[in-house]
Ligand binder design. Structure first.
Ligand code: ADP
Ligand code: MG
Length: 362
């Protein structure tokens, strides 16, 4: 989730490949000329970025009904977790300058618990208490400075960061958040896109649709086949290209795919020329500066993948791949090596790279 006026996204090829032509190879393009099914396709803006939905076979009620479905899903999520909209539930909690218990909805409570759980799995590298650092580095509600914050400012903000800086308390059906310091601020932006893709996908499944793709910027959920009757393809974007460019095609195989990148949303310190990305290492207080440019996670839920990807990006490619092998996750990283992007992946990622002959019609 980004500030509203900024249209920045990580995995533009998720959109380009799913909703427009351009990802199929020549033989598939020929097939598509012969037997392309009717589809309802929509695209628009949400969470400061773009979304696209493609329902093969058509959506009842057409584009306007599908747009309403998608935008209702996104609105519910934004009303819960936005830090940019002052009226959102999380933004109100952030503005609550007190250490008294603050009652939150059960839905927000669940998102927080689940994101914390995912963060704990990866050495607390996804840490929703990064809010003060996100603001300090100009990726949140504060106006961005031309230069990086000082070490003192970073040390001050870091005092508010860590899994021990807030608590969730339950009383019967009710959930309460408690800050350890009135200035603690939570940030769930990293899971906004994944939550959005899951919400739309789950609604479509509930309504009985079997062939569709949903993209919310770098998060995607797909099911079944595309309009040409072939399994959906996506692409991981080339993180070194200034314009959207496919780096490697992958088959989605009915899974959620998310990519976190350090290369689209960043700012440049005018004095030093240093580029700072929006993924912040909660342990150092600094945006990631290593050579890992993107991390792609495949999972059953886009939420889970999105909760993991930013933290894994913080950990870097070596630790990401080690964690993926150990925990049986399909993961891919792109690093900058000898002036060019280099892909590495876990062995569990291999089936998703095989979009050739075995990726035939259902
Ligand atoms: P991407 O476009 O790379 O997928 P997201 O929009 O999903 O990124 O998440 C990036 C946002 O997450 C940042 O703008 C910031 O608000 C928040 N964030 C940054 N670093 C962390 C972190 N280590 N843990 C949790 N959230 C973070
Ligand atoms: Mg993320």
């Amino acid at each position: 989730m980004k500030r509203n006026h900024l249209i920045v996204s990580t995995a533009v090829f998720l959109l380009l490949c799913s909703s427009l032509s351009g990802c199929n190879d020549r033989s598939e393009a020929n097939v598509s000329e012969q037997r392309t099914a009717v589809s309802t396709k929509i695209q628009g803006k949400t969470m400061g970025t773009f979304y696209a939905v493609n329902v093969v076979g058509g959506y009842k009620g057409g584009e306007s009904a599908l747009t309403e479905l998608a935008e209702n899903c996104f609105k519910k999520i934004c009303d819960e977790i936005s830090t940019f909209d002052k009226n959102a539930e999380l933004a109100k909690f952030n503005d609550f300058k007190s250490t008294e218990p603050y009652e939150i909805s059960s839905d927000l409570s669940k998102i927080i618990q689940d994101t914390v759980y995912q963060g704990r799995r990866i050495d607390e590298a996804t840490d929703i208490t990064v809010g003060p650092l996100v603001n300090l580095w100009g990726f949140g509600i504060n106006k961005r400075n031309d230069s990086a914050p000082t070490e003192e400012q970073i040390a001050e903000a870091k005092k508010l960061v860590g899994f021990d800086k807030f608590e969730i308390r339950f009383e019967g059906e009710k959930s309460y958040l408690i800050k350890k310091d009135p200035d603690v601020r939570l940030d769930l932006s990293t899971v906004g896109e994944g939550l959005g893709a899951d919400a739309v996908a789950e609604e479509l499944i509930k309504q009985g649709y079997k062939d569709f793709m949903v993209n919310v910027a770098g998060a995607s959920r797909s099911y079944g086949v595309n309009a040409e009757g072939r399994k959906w393809k996506l692409g991981i974007e080339d993180p070194t290209s200034p314009t959207p460019k496919l780096f490697v095609p992958i088959c989605a195989l009915d899974k959620a795919v998310t990519t976190a990148g350090s290369y689209r949303n960043f700012f440049k310190d005018e004095k030093s020329g240093t580029v700072y990305s929006h993924a912040i290492d909660p342990k150092t207080g600094y945006p990631v500066s290593h050579k890992t440019l993107s991390v792609t996670v495949i999972s059953d839920s886009a939420f889970e993948a999105d909760a993991l990807d930013t933290g894994l990006l913080v950990l870097g490619a070596d630790k990401t791949l080690e964690w993926g092998e150990k925990n049986n996750y399909p993961l891919a990283t792109i690093e900058y090596k000898d002036g060019k992007p280099v892909l590495r992946h876990t062995k569990q990622f291999e089936p998703y790279l095989k979009c050739g002959s075995e990726n035939k019609e259902k």
